[in-house]
Design a protein around this ligand. Structure first.
Ligand SMILES: *[C@@H]1O[C@H](CO)[C@@H](O)[C@H](O)[C@H]1NC(C)=O
Ligand SMILES: *[C@@H]1O[C@H](CO)[C@@H](O)[C@H](O)[C@H]1NC(C)=O
Ligand SMILES: *[C@@H]1O[C@H](CO)[C@@H](O)[C@H](O)[C@H]1NC(C)=O
Ligand SMILES: *[C@@H]1O[C@H](CO)[C@@H](O)[C@H](O)[C@H]1NC(C)=O
Ligand SMILES: *[C@@H]1O[C@H](CO)[C@@H](O)[C@H](O)[C@H]1NC(C)=O
Length: 407
C-alpha cells in the first residue's frame, strides 16, 4: 500500500469517526437541585486566562447570562470587553453604552420576576461544556467566544449561595443555548431534565437521550404542543383544559386565554384563584374516594392530606392524576402528572397539593413550575416552534438523575 493511500485511509477513518461522534454526542451541562430553596442551577467553567467555576440559576426569561463577578477578579482584560454598538452588542436586547460611550452594557429591568433591575458589563470569555457518547465523558467542548455579563450588584449578590449568577435560557439569540447552537450550526433546540434530587442535565441540540432504558432504538416519547408568542421573550403554551383523574374541571375557559408560562424558578405551579379552587375541589373529592382525607393545611399550601393514607407506586404517592390538555397535532393531547409531581411532603404525615393560589389578579394566569416538571424531559425546539414534554420518567423506572454506567 502506498503511503498516499494510507493517508487517504486514515483521513477517511478520522472523518468517519468525527461524524459518528457527532451524531452520538450529547452536549450537556449538569443541573443540580438546591434543596432548601428548590432552585435549579448549573455549573459553568468560565475562563479567560484563569478559570473559575460558577453556579448559575437556570432561568427561561433572562436574556443574557449574568455572573456576579467583579470585572477584575477573576481577571478579564480589555479585549474581553464588548465594544458599544458592535454587532454583538446590538444583538442583545437591553444593550446600552457605558458612560464614556466605549463599551457595551446590559440592562434588564426585572430579574427572576422581581421588580429589580440589573446592569452589567458585557464581556466575552471561553466556556467548556461536557460531552458524552452515552457511556463515557469525552473531552470538554469549548465554546468561544461566549458572551455574558458581569454584574457585581445587589440583585445578584442576593441570590442564595451557592448560586452566583443566572444562566440565560430565553428565546433570544443572546441566550446561552442560542449562542452555542448558532456558533456551531446545530439544530436550535435544548432540553431540560430537572432532577427531583441528585444531578439532572441540560441538553443542547440532542436528538436521542441516553438515559437507560432509553436510547436511539427506544426513544423518549414527547407530547408536543406549539410555542406561542415567542417574541415576548417567554415560553408560553395554550392550555385547553385541566383534568383530575380524567374529569375536566369546570371553569370559564376564557380564564385560560392568555396561556401558560413555563418557569424554572417558580417551584410550584401557580394558578388564578378560580382555577386553583376548581382543581383543589376536584382533587379533594377524588382523593376522598381513594380513602385519603384532608388535614389542616400548612402554608404556603392550601390543601393538605394525610400522607399515611396514600399507597405508593413508582410515580410517587398514589393520588388522583392531574392532566393538562394542550393543543397537539390532531387535537388536544395531555401532559400527565402523577403523585411525585402533584403532591409534596411537608411533614412525615402531611402531604399537600403542590400547586399555589396566585390570587384573583396575577401577572400570569398560569405558571408551570419545577415541582411539576421534574423527572420529565422538557424539550424546546426553535426549528419547529414546538415544546415537548415526556411522561414521568419514573413510569419507566428511571429518572433525570439516572446516568449511563461508565464503561
Ligand atoms: C476548557 O478545556 C480546554 C481543553 O481541555 C482547557 O485547555 C481549558 O483550560 C478549559 N477552559 C476552561 C475555562 O475550563
Ligand atoms: C428579553 O427580550 C425580549 C425580546 O426583546 C423582551 O420582550 C423581554 O422583556 C426581555 N426579558 C427581560 C427579562 O428583560
Ligand atoms: C400508580 O399510581 C397512579 C396514580 O397516581 C396510577 O395512575 C398508575 O396506574 C399506578 N401505576 C402502577 C404501576 O401501579
Ligand atoms: C412522603 O411521605 C410518605 C409517608 O410518610 C413516605 O412514604 C414517602 O416516602 C415520602 N416521600 C418523599 C419524597 O419523601
Ligand atoms: C427498577 O430498577 C431497579 C434498579 O435500577 C430494579 O432493581 C427494579 O427491578 C426495576 N423495577 C422494574 C419494575 O423494572
Amino acid at each position: 500500500m502506498s503511503s498516499l493511500t494510507l493517508t487517504r485511509l486514515i483521513l477517511f477513518f478520522s472523518i468517519f469517526a468525527a461524524i459518528t461522534l457527532k451524531s452520538n454526542s450529547q452536549y450537556l451541562l449538569p443541573i443540580t437541585k438546591h434543596e432548601p430553596t428548590n432552585q435549579f442551577y448549573t455549573t459553568l467553567n468560565l475562563g479567560s486566562g484563569g478559570t473559575s467555576s460558577s453556579n448559575l440559576l437556570l432561568d427561561l426569561e433572562t436574556n443574557l447570562t449574568l455572573v456576579n463577578w467583579n470585572i477584575f477578579n477573576p481577571p478579564l482584560f480589555v479585549n474581553n470587553l464588548v465594544i458599544c454598538k458592535s454587532s454583538t452588542c446590538n444583538s442583545i436586547p437591553g444593550n446600552d453604552c457605558d458612560d464614556n460611550g466605549l463599551f457595551c452594557v446590559y440592562r434588564q429591568s426585572s430579574l427572576l420576576g422581581q421588580n429589580v433591575g440589573v446592569i452589567g458589563a458585557v464581556v466575552q470569555a471561553t466556556v467548556n461544556i461536557s460531552t458524552t457518547d452515552g457511556g463515557n465523558l469525552l473531552s470538554p467542548f469549548t465554546v468561544h467566544p461566549f458572551t455574558f455579563s458581569c454584574a457585581g450588584e445587589e440583585p445578584l449578590q442576593a441570590l442564595p449561595p451557592p448560586v452566583s449568577g443566572v444562566l440565560s435560557l430565553s428565546p433570544v439569540s443572546s441566550s446561552f443555548t442560542k449562542q452555542v447552537t448558532l456558533l456551531f450550526g446545530y439544530i436550535p433546540k435544548f432540553s431540560l431534565c430537572l432532577p427531583s434530587s441528585g444531578t439532572g442535565h441540560l441538553y443542547i441540540a440532542t436528538v436521542n437521550y441516553l438515559i437507560p432504558p432509553f436510547n436511539s432504538d427506544n426513544p423518549i416519547r414527547m407530547t408536543l404542543t406549539p410555542l406561542k408568542n415567542i417574541y415576548t421573550g417567554n415560553y408560553l403554551i395554550d392550555v385547553k383544559s385541566i383534568y383530575v383523574d380524567g374529569t375536566p374541571l369546570s371553569f370559564n375557559p376564557n380564564l385560560l386565554a392568555g396561556g401558560a408560562k413555563l418557569s424554572t424558578v417558580v417551584p410550584y405551579t401557580v394558578l388564578l384563584t378560580d382555577i386553583y379552587n376548581a382543581l383543589a375541589q376536584s382533587f379533594t373529592l377524588k382523593a376522598k374516594t381513594m380513602g385519603i382525607s384532608k388535614v389542616q393545611a400548612i402554608a404556603p399550601f392550601k390543601d393538605c392530606f394525610d400522607a399515611r393514607a396514600a399507597g405508593k407506586n413508582m410515580t410517587g404517592p398514589n393520588v388522583p392524576v392531574i392532566d393538562i390538555g394542550v393543543p397537539g397535532r390532531g387535537g388536544e393531547v395531555k401532559w400527565s402528572f402523577h403523585g411525585a409531581n402533584t403532591v409534596v411532603n411537608v411533614t412525615e404525615t402531611v402531604m399537600c397539593l403542590a400547586f399555589l393560589d396566585g390570587g384573583q389578579n396575577p401577572k400570569d394566569l398560569l405558571v408551570i413550575g419545577t415541582h411539576q416538571l421534574q423527572d420529565h424531559m422538557l424539550e424546546i425546539d426553535f426549528s419547529t416552534s414546538l415544546m415537548g414534554l415526556s411522561d414521568s420518567l419514573l413510569l419507566h423506572n428511571t429518572s433525570c438523575s439516572t446516568w449511563p454506567s461508565q464503561n
